[in-house]
Write a protein that binds this ligand. Structure first.
Ligand SMILES: Cc1cc2nc3c(=O)[nH]c(=O)nc-3n(C[C@H](O)[C@H](O)[C@H](O)COP(=O)(O)OP(=O)(O)OC[C@H]3O[C@@H](n4cnc5c(N)ncnc54)[C@H](O)[C@@H]3O)c2cc1C
Length: 495
């Protein structure tokens, strides 16, 4: 098959180049390779970090992952809130080596209403993604409830889990406020496993390793991409330049199309660093939108003591955003407050102490942004970034209100709940859900890419990670980013 033209105009000599093997890059590669498109995946890491995991009967009994490659406080300057963090790793599988695996679908309302501010209107909706959610769920294997509720459409479920009956009074009380209470959808795979990775789903082990057998797939590790090279006469990106970490030698690789999935901020950095006389402010940056509209989920966690014992959740419990649209947007996840309680979940014990994690939302604004800190480079030879980000008082007030709402839900069910924390301290970046800095919008005035994730100004470059999110609904983003990546690859294949 070598050398024959395949989908997307690719051939063995002129493949589609994908940057990054995290969940989004791996999903993009899977979709193309399965449809006989030649793909070369460039991954900065040498492989995935060492790890191990044993699960018996759905319970994790051993988990280890080497977190040495995880970084959060280097490679950037925080130009607004000094506590700002940027979690990332240059390793095969990216952050899926460390993630929790919460995979809620966005709901139709999460893509915005026609009356939303024009700047915040997504160019695609839930119906555009439904079939691609299924493909992503097929790749990651979801344990969840099989029922849809208004703000949480059901996943395609591999293993079904139901809410414990004894939590039903809390669910009924929550419903009076417009919330639904359901098991959190998790990428948990088989209830029994003994594997050499630290998370149940990891895109390196679960996707990339499987692709390696295909004649359509080439993997180049230690390949740290520094630039996409614009070819003015053809009006396309012709090649990518990368440094081989193991030798220090720079290489140039040609491709028919380029798919960027280096993680929200690394992808933004790559485009910002890809300057040319046609694009002096970064590839495709015609309207000074690149890097702007950065958003994240304000994240809060608090221990809660209830007056009545309830089953300690072996599987986390999720309370959705209210259906009342004028309310603050937040979701709550109830788990254990103490890791020593985990064995008690194996025998269905009840308890009175829980840990509650809340994700809120923020309105993306052009002021919150990633930009190059000119003149400085990091250990990989990449430009150092400025990250200008922070939460305002109204976001902090909303997060305090989410605590009261949770206490009220328990009180209406006749259970008194005490939150054992006062005040709210929000760390930008701590939820590891950065998005928006290469956002999707119909107009280049408000977004860098179109609904197919293609740069408005550069037709053979697509960006397929959370950087393309137009807004950040209060849900974990990875499943939706994988679905968007799968859809974008379908449009690439057909083009
Ligand atoms: C502790 C923790 C818990 C989390 N829990 C959840 C959760 O429950 N649910 C959820 O949805 N999300 C969760 N996340 C976030 C989730 O892991 C990320 O959203 C997801 O991994 C993003 O996927 P990605 O493919 O876009 O990027 P990444 O996973 O960041 O992967 C990017 C890849 O690109 C490579 N790369 C980067 N730069 C270059 C370059 N210049 N050249 C070549 N390769 C490059 C990296 O090595 C990496 O392989 C969690 C994260 C953490 C840290």
């Amino acid at each position: 098959m070598t050398g024959t033209n395949s989908g997307a105009g690719s051939s063995a000599e002129d493949p589609v180049i994908i940057v990054g093997s995290g969940p989004c890059g791996a999903m993009a590669a899977r979709e193309l390779v399965r449809r006989s498109v030649y793909v070369t995946l460039l991954e900065s890491g040498a492989g995935a970090p060492r790890g191990g995991l044993v699960r018996i009967g759905g319970h994790p009994v051993f988990r280890y992952v080497d977190d040495g490659p995880l970084r959060w406080d280097s490679g950037f300057a925080a130009t607004n809130d000094p506590t700002t963090a940027w979690y990332r790793t240059l390793a095969g599988g990216g952050l899926s080596n460390y993630w929790t695996g919460a995979v809620p679908r966005f709901s139709p309302a999460d893509f915005g209403s026609p009356t939303a501010d024009e700047a915040h209107r997504w160019p695609l909706g839930y119906d555009d993604l439904a079939v691609y959610y299924e493909r992503a769920e097929d790749a990651i294997s979801v344990t969840a409830s099989a029922e849809s509720v208004p703000n949480l459409p059901a996943n395609t479920v591999s293993k079904r889990v139901d809410l414990d009956e004894q939590w039903q009074p809390i669910a009924e009380s929550a419903a009076t406020y417009g919330h639904d209470v359901v098991p959190m959808p998790l990428a948990k795979g088989s209830p029994h496993m003994a594997v050499g990775r630290g998370t149940e789903f990891n895109s390196w082990h679960n996707i990339v390793n499987g692709l390696s057998k295909s004649p359509y797939f080439t993997l180049i590790t230690n390949a740290h991409v520094q630039r996409l090279n614009w070819d003015a006469p053809s009006g396309r990106v012709a090649s990518a330049s990368y440094v081989d970490h193991s030798t220090g030698v720079e290489h140039e690789i040609h491709g028919t199309a380029f798919v960027i999935a280096a993680g929200a901020i690394n992808s933004t950095k790559l485009l910002l660093a890809s300057r040319s006389s046609d694009f002096p402010d970064g590839l495709g940056n015609t309207h000074d939108v690149l890097g702007r509209y950065l958003h994240d989920h304000p994240k809060d966690w608090w221990p809660l003591e209830s007056s009545t014992a309830l089953p300690l959740p072996a599987h986390p419990i999720y309370m959705t955003r209210s259906v009342h649209e004028d309310e603050f947007a937040a979701s709550w996840t109830v788990g254990l407050a103490l890791s020593r309680d985990r064995p008690k979940t194996y025998v269905g014990r009840a308890g009175t102490r829980f840990g509650v994690q809340v994700f809120g939302t923020m309105e993306p604004t052009p002021e919150h942004r990633v930009s190059l800190r000119d003149g400085q480079t990091d250990e990989n030879g990449d430009p150092v970034l400025n990250i200008h980000f922070g939460y305002d008082q109204s976001t902090i007030d909303d997060m305090l209100a989410t605590r009261q709402r949770f206490i009220d839900v328990f009180a209406t069910a006749g259970v008194s709940a005490r939150v054992e924390t006062t005040g709210v301290s929000l760390t930008p970046g701590e939820s590891v859900h950065y998005g928006g800095s290469i956002r999707m919008h119909e107009s280049p005035e408000f977004g860098m890419v179109d609904k197919d994730c293609r740069l408005h100004a550069v037709q053979n470059v697509q960006v397929v990670d959370t950087s393309v999110f137009t807004t950040g609904p209060e849900k974990n983003p990875t499943l939706t980013a994988m679905a968007i990546a799968a859809r974008a690859m379908e449009t690439l294949r057909r083009s």
